[in-house]
Design a protein. Sequence first.
Length: 263
Amino acid sequence: MLCCPKCQCALIKDKKRFYCENGHSYDIAKRGYVNLMPSMQKQSGDDKDMVKARTMFLSQGYYEPLRTTLTNIIDSLSIKTLVDAGCGEGYYTNEVKIKHPQIEIIGFDVSKFAIDEACKASVGVQYTVCSVFHMPLQDKSVQAVLSVFAPFDEKEMYRVLKGDGYFIRVSPGKRHLMGLKEVLYQDVYENEDTSKQLEGFVLYDRKEVAYTIQINNAQQIWALFQMTPYYWKSSKQASDQLKGISSLETEVVFEIDVYKKIK
C-alpha cells in the first residue's frame, strides 16, 4: 500500500529499506519503522514526555472499553487492510493487530517518538513517520482508515479508500473529561458536537462509549492532563491546582462514527 513520497511509485520492502523503481530509498530504523516524511515538511508531533505520559496512562486500562469496542467494530467490517492515521504510541493499533493478525495494518504518525514507542510491541504493524494530511498511500489502496482523536482531511481519506471503504473516526463526546475540566476551570462548558457530514461519505454507524473512571494516583492524573488540549491551554494557576490533587473522578465519553465511502 505504501508509495514513495517523492514520485508516488509503489514501495518495495527488503530487510533494511523501502525503495521504489526510480531509485528513491528509505532506511528502516532499528525498531522497524520507516520515515516517509518529505524533508520540506515540518516534523513535530508529540514529544518524548507526552508519549511517555500517554503510554503510562493508557497502560492502566482506563480506555480499555473504547479499545474493545473499536476492535469489535473492525471485526464486523471484515476488512483485510487498515491504516491508523494518527496512531500515536499504538495503543489501539497493536490491539487490533493482535486480535486480527490477518489484517494488514499500517500506522501513521508525525511524531517519531510515538512511532518508536508503538514499534516496541512487535506485533507486525508497519509503522511510518508521516503526515496524515499527505499519506504515502496509493489512490484507492485501503479498505479502512481509523482516526482516534486525531486531525484528518476528508479529501485525503476519500483518496486512499477503496470504493466500499470505511472511515472510522473517534471524537470526544459532549461530557468527555468533565471532572478534569471542573478542577481546571471555573466556567465549564460541554464539548461541541463533533458529528459532521463528510463529502463523499455516508454515515454507516454511530456508537457512543460512556462511563466514569476513578483515578487515585497523582501521576496518572497528570498524565491524563498531558494527553489533552487543556495541557497547552490551561493557566499555570489551573495546572498547579491539578497538581495538588491525588484523586479524580470523571466521565469519559467517546463518539465513534463509521463512514462508508460512496463509490
